[in-house]
Design a protein around this ligand. Structure first.
Ligand SMILES: *Cc1c(COP(=O)(O)O)cnc(C)c1O
Length: 361
């Protein structure tokens, strides 16, 4: 542990240390089989047991109803931007998108390739500083779904509650899945790339209501149809074995911690420490409006670009890494997902105080 730093990277991001240690061992020799985890057939009984247990734990932790399929796909969260409209829209069919940042904009662009898109809310003009309040947007009666990005990784905003709508919801939960309880049943589809809150890059989780699997137009390529993967238990082709295995280990870790409600409390506490530090000084300023603040990503600025560069350099020197903000927002960003330790946040807050005292604006 001594050689580890606190890594505030937005993704890939910190994973539980015990999971990394176990993964290192299993990669070389999986449970004394004499075969490394990433050398094993995905159809071996060992690997099928990993997949089954991972799915069962995800279902239990999220409370996924039985009429939903869980898929382990590749192509990153970004491939879902087109797979969703490709499977669920079509000529003349409309999808509604809440535009709250870079990731929703990208999803809107792809959806326009497959159907009609309406954007009942956008905070783009005001720098994506907030998410909408319930009732602040109106979704057309003929829309198929309401799409939202649960946590906006770059701008540090998060829906405090899932959007209120009569429509089926579709959510990109890439950067806050399993960070708090969510009512899956209000959703037609939830997806998340693993590399923020779940594991390594390479696997994307898709949770899809079964009745939606029959909507896919006939000429959809086999690999891009949800039904292909649902029918074969994500084994139509070789799944991303290593990433899937690590997700499984992260889920076991989360279960042992007490599950989603327990981690939510920890996340509230960690983010609270950081927002308190920001709010108690004029030196640091948060990007997001207070009622839209994310518990996962905390972008903030200092009085000048020079001070920001100095802050990031000095923080790095004491083992607080990855604090540089996204190029579209600038400043700093602390990403503090489920596996990020509270001690790291405490150390950052302490450093912020010292830095402000030593470097007046
Ligand atoms: C990181 C991120 C993505 C993109 O994920 P990839 O796996 O790199 O395609 C999409 N949506 C959100 C909310 C993200 O944070």
């Amino acid at each position: 542990m001594a050689d580890r730093v606190f890594n505030f990277s937005p993704g890939p991001a910190m994973l539980p240390y015990e999971v990394l240690l176990k993964a290192g061992k299993d990669v070389v020799n999986y449970q004394e089989t004499g075969i490394g985890l990433i050398e094993m057939s995905h159809r071996s009984k060992e690997f099928i047991a990993i997949t089954d247990e991972t799915e069962a734990n995800l279902r239990a932790l999220m409370g996924i109803p039985d009429n939903y399929k869980v898929l382990f796909l590749q192509g990153g969260a970004s491939s879902q931007f087109f797979m969703i409209p490709m499977n669920l829209l079509g000529p003349g069919k409309k999808g509604s998108y809440l535009n709250t940042g870079t990731w929703s904009k990208k999803a809107i662009k792809e959806a326009q390739l497959f159907g009609e898109v309406e954007v009942p809310f956008s905070s783009e003009e005001t720098g994506f500083k907030r998410v909408p309040k319930p009732g602040e947007y109106k979704v057309s009666a003929d829309s198929e779904y309401l799409y939202y990005v649960s946590n906006n990784t770059i701008y540090g905003t998060q829906f405090p509650h899932i959007p209120v709508s009569e429509k089926m919801l579709i959510s990109d939960m890439s950067s806050d899945i399993l960070s708090r309880p969510v009512d899956v049943a209000k959703h037609g589809l939830i997806f998340a790339g693993a590399q923020k809150n779940l594991g390594p890059a390479g696997v994307t989780i898709v949770i899809i209501r079964e009745d939606l699997l029959t909507r896919t137009p006939a000429k959809t390529p086999t690999m891009l149809s949800y039904k292909t993967h649902a029918d074969k238990g994500s084994m139509f082709n070789t799944p991303p074995c290593f990433a899937l295995y690590v997700v499984g280990e992260v889920l076991k870790w989360l279960k042992q911690l007490g599950g989603v409600r327990a981690i939510e409390e920890m996340n509230i506490e960690k983010a609270g420490l950081l927002y308190n530090a920001i709010d108690s000084s004029d030196y640091y300023r948060g990007h997001a409006d207070k009622d839209s603040r994310s518990l996962m990503n905390v972008p903030f600025t200092l009085p000048s670009k020079e001070l920001e560069a100095k802050f990031i350099a000095e923080a790095t020197a004491i083992g607080l890494n990855g604090l540089k903000g996204h190029r579209s927002v600038g400043g700093c960003r602390a990403s503090i997902y489920n596996a990020f330790p509270k001690e790291g946040v405490q150390k950052l807050v302490q450093f912020m105080k010292e830095f402000e005292a030593k470097n007046p604006a």
